[in-house]
Design a protein around this ligand. Sequence first.
Ligand code: HEC
Ligand code: HEC
Length: 191
Amino acid sequence: MIARYPLLLAAGLALAGSLAHAGPTDDLARTCNGCHGLNGVSAGPNMPSIGGLPETYLKNLLLQWKKGERYAATMDRHVKGYSDDELAALAAYFSKLPWVPVVQKADDKTLAAGKAATERCETCHGATGGEPDDAETPRLNGQWAGYMELELLKYRTEAANMPHKKMRNNARKLDEADVGQAARYYAAQPK
Ligand code: HEC
Ligand code: HEC
């Protein structure tokens, strides 16, 4: 029995050590990582990466879901248990992680069509989706194509509650055939 104590003690100290380094937000973020991936880098294809997105953008979405002001498949349920301060802390936490694009290859024809279809999107998202012009605009380069296509469909659907009017209008101006190509174009961009 006694021979086991040093081991238990060592394990206990290691645990205490790791807890001392992890702040309260790390603990909250662990729940998110189960779906959004370690450090907010998602394994896809319909689950978005969230690490490195702008703080204001993240905070807007989390609060809109909490207040029932934004369409959600599931995210409204995941934010319910948190205070506004905790959601703000989560937004700050994920925004400080690096954006890690998951580059998804596409053929030349798709890339050319996607580039042409996204000309009017450049002013806000940058030519490759990697240079958002303000803190309310997400990065799109190396985001998951399947997820971006779903998002564009939501912005295009009248019945889906998506509060950002300009993004709704822009998504609706795309030809139907261009929705998937625009998503695959951004998904293929390393930066
Ligand atoms: C059970 C899986 C699951 C968990 C856990 C989860 N999410 Fe999500 N998340 C989703 C899904 C699915 C979506 C797509 C939006 C929707 O329809 O609900 C999403 C979308 C998002 C987005 C939108 C990203 C974008 O650019 O469009 C953010 C931000 C986000 N989640 C943050 C979080 C945070 C922070 C947590 C932890 C408190 C969390 N999520 C926990 C499944 C999950
Ligand atoms: C006026 C600026 C503006 C223009 C132009 C614009 N966007 Fe957006 N886009 C935004 C903002 C802001 C958001 C976040 C909106 C929100 O909070 O729902 C967004 C969100 C998105 C998303 C969702 C990303 C995610 O992680 O959920 C996609 C995809 C997207 N835009 C693609 C496009 C495409 C394609 C075009 C052109 C057809 C376009 N955008 C034009 C500002 C713009």
